[in-house]
Ligand binder design. Structure first.
Ligand SMILES: *Cc1c(COP(=O)(O)O)cnc(C)c1O
Length: 243
């Protein structure tokens, strides 16, 4: 028996990608139902780093509009190849200060804002003709000195500063916890509680960007509103070489 899709490279097969997307959406719906939450309250961000433009095109044909990229030059190339599609671009990689101009000019969201200097540059460099850049403040919930992210006890202050910048719209918090913590929900709970404390100070955070292929269920149980999913959608990532 030969399925019609067998002739297509599986990495860019619209049928396969559409099926994987439905499976991820079903997983999101199950996790949301288990937490008495609406599945509509959880947005799926397709993490497309190292994937070819054709894979994004195929997933877009299956209904996916929001894509997350980690590497600026790679992302810019895909944005140019897919310019005729109405896609929403999220930058989820570490933000270096020499990259802020291109991020401000070419993305809709930046998730990894973890210091004021980066936020100020993004705000100043956002083209006035575009709506404010939507940002999440990245928090280091695993308390590892080497990892990116603002310390939890400095997050409120950074959020207040970001909220005051005219070129930015503060949407919420983002975290990339260490994999396999003893309690899988603990780091996500920590991020949610931190967001609640910041909201209590009057900042209208509406986004918790947390959860990936392995742990999106635990993240949704703790209130994730946006899960960043790569492998479960696209399959294992090819190795890359770009910065
Ligand atoms: C790569 C990446 C993801 C997706 O990871 P998967 O395990 O492939 O789902 C999510 N968030 C960030 C910040 C990433 O770099």
């Amino acid at each position: 028996m030969i399925a019609p899709s067998q002739a297509v490279d599986p990495a860019v097969d619209p049928v396969l990608l559409g099926e994987r997307r439905q499976a991820v959406l079903a997983r999101i719906a199950r996790a949301a139902a288990g937490a008495q939450r609406s599945a509509a309250a959880v947005q799926l961000l397709a993490v497309s780093k190292t994937q070819p433009a054709a894979a994004l095109r195929a997933l877009h044909a299956a209904g996916q509009r929001a894509f997350g990229e980690n590497y600026l030059q790679e992302a810019r190339a895909k944005q140019q190849q897919l310019a005729e599609l109405d896609l929403e671009w999220h930058f989820i990689g570490p933000v270096q200060s020499n990259k802020t101009r291109e991020l401000a000019e070419h993305f809709d969201w930046v998730h990894g804002v973890d210091r004021l200097r980066i936020a100020e540059r993004l705000s100043a460099q956002r083209p006035p003709a575009r709506p404010p850049l939507q940002v999440c403040v990245q928090v280091n919930v695993s308390a590892e000195a080497s990892k990116a992210g603002c310390a939890p006890d400095q997050t409120l202050a950074l959020c207040q500063q970001v909220a005051a910048l005219p070129g930015l719209r503060l949407r919420g918090l983002m975290a990339i916890p260490e994999p396999h913590p003893a309690d899988p929900r603990a780091p996500f709970r920590q991020l949610r509680e931190l967001a609640e404390r910041i909201r209590a100070q009057g900042l209208p955070l509406d986004t918790l960007s947390m959860g990936m292929s392995e742990d999106l269920d635990a993240a949704i149980a703790e209130g994730a509103t946006l899960v960043r999913v790569g492998t479960a959608l696209f399959g294992p990532r090819p190795v890359r070489a770009d910065g």
